[in-house]
Design a protein around this ligand. Structure first.
Ligand code: S3P
Length: 433
């Protein structure tokens, strides 16, 4: 797909529903008794993988796009039934890691796999705590990656044990996986992380009736709650809004309003970093959806200055670092991003892929062990960009190309389908031609 430099972006858009919250609404709805009704669900490939997996596990899920409602007919904590085939999570790390926690609590064996990218991503990080809880979970190829098999020998009919797990990484996927297994364990299960990762699992499970407590960096869950179906209105995804925030800030004379964006403090690091960089972003109409704060964002073109992005803010903007790297190319001075080694194990190695592609466009950027250093102010020019089929890379470069002379070609551009199927048409809506 070819992209060109653009004049101001103006207008109002609503980004699609939050990916993390959409996944959880299906999963927790399946484990609850009765009906869960989900509106503004993200119909991206990753969340559709979650629906597909739970249908294979015997859950009826009706999707009616006309009424924008997904109805999950939950069967309670012990209502899942053995799938006929291997579960396929596609490209979705969230599906793979969270569902593994749930599946370790079932009394049937199951295997799960995903696409080429998921088969390279580390699963040892969930296998370690789940094994400590007494689960039988194995990497079929013995490389700590998918495909995984759970409860293969069926000798493991005893219940899981509650543990206190000190996670070496701040990862909501690890935390959620362990807490979900904790629903089926004997005794309390708790997870402490080095810095706080997104807390959607804690907030939503509590809404469904779970006894789950959060104290600083620790979340603890009591097993066997009675979960009841719920109405969930999914807020717009701040990770998707991030591309239009960046475009509005970078392209001269732009003013963009992004409606209904989730601004949970464990996800809003992008707003904090942009403000440090001098961004003009206003929050309006702040409301609450089931413990999740939501606001409209008004973003105006701004003169940007460099900053340091490090420490506890990293988990609150981990998926936004590619687009922050693009912003840093247009900020005065040197931006340092560190403590972000997790980027290497996302859908692609996002440190190498961003540094490689931005260098091709003429940016002054180098990779470090745990991040990157960007000297802003060098004009970008067109290049051929390899997205490595990573949705966040493709969207970041579609935005970078708005500021680059010439024709920028993005290879594999259609991978935006993973988290934002209408990304390109929403971008076109904001362009004044
Ligand atoms: C997610 C957590 C993050 C994030 C991913 C979604 C979630 O991963 O990168 O896109 O929904 O829990 P980690 O928890 O592994 O950092």
């Amino acid at each position: 797909m070819i992209f060109q430099k653009q004049g101001p972006l103006r207008g109002t858009i609503a980004v699609p529903g939050d990916k993390s919250i959409s996944h959880r609404a299906i999963m927790f709805g399946a484990l609850a008794e009765g009906i869960t009704e989900v509106t503004n669900f993200l119909r991206g490939a990753d969340c559709l993988s979650t629906i597909r997996c739970f249908r294979q596990l015997g859950i009826d899920i009706n999707d009616d796009p006309a009424s924008d409602r997904i109805i999950v007919h939950g069967k309670g904590l012990y209502g899942l039934t053995p799938p006929k085939d291997m579960l396929d999570v596609g490209n979705s790390g969230t599906t793979m890691r969270l569902i593994s926690g749930i599946l370790c609590g079932q009394n049937f064996p199951v295997s799960l796999t995903g696409d080429e990218s998921i088969q390279r991503r580390p699963m040892g990080r969930i296998m370690t705590p789940l094994t400590q809880m007494g689960a039988e979970i194995e990497s079929i190829r013995g490389n700590n990656c998918a495909p995984l098999s759970i409860n293969k020998t069926k000798k493991n009919n005893t219940r899981l044990r509650g543990i206190h797990y000190k996670s070496p990484v701040a990862s909501a996927q690890i935390k959620s996986c362990v807490l979900l297994a904790g629903l089926y364990a004997e005794g309390e299960t708790s997870v402490t992380e080095p810095s706080l990762s997104r807390n959607h699992t804690e907030l939503m499970l509590r809404e469904f009736g779970a006894d789950i407590k959060s104290m600083d960096l620790t979340a603890a869950i009591t097993p066997n709650p009675h979960l009841t179906g719920h109405k969930i209105q999914v807020p717009g995804d701040i990770s998707s809004a991030a591309y239009f925030i960046a475009a509005g800030l970078m392209v001269p004379n732009s003013e963009v309003i992004i409606k209904n964006v989730g601004i949970n403090p464990t996800r809003d690091g992008i707003l904090r970093v942009c403000k440090q960089m001098g961004a003009d972003i206003r929050l309006e109409n702040i409301i609450d959806h089931g413990g999740e704060p939501v606001a409209d964002l008004v973003v105006r073109h701004s003169e940007l200055y460099s900053t340091e992005v490090s420490g506890s803010v990293i988990p609150t903007l981990i998926d936004e670092i590619p687009i922050i790297a693009v912003l840093a190319c247009f900020a005065k001075g040197q931006t340092v991003i560190k403590d972000a080694a997790e980027l290497k194990v996302k859908e692609s190695n996002r440190i190498d892929v961003m540094v490689d592609n931005l260098s091709r466009m003429g940016a002054d950027i180098i990779a470090t062990e745990d991040g990157m250093i960007i000297n802003g102010g060098k004009p970008l020019h067109s290049a051929v960009i390899d997205s490595k089929d990573d949705h966040r890379i493709a969207m970041s470069f579609a935005i970078a190309s708005l500021m680059a002379e010439g024709d920028t070609e993005i290879r594999g551009a259609e991978c935006v389908n993973i988290s934002y199927p209408n990304f390109y048409s929403d971008l076109r809506k904001l362009q004044i031609l």
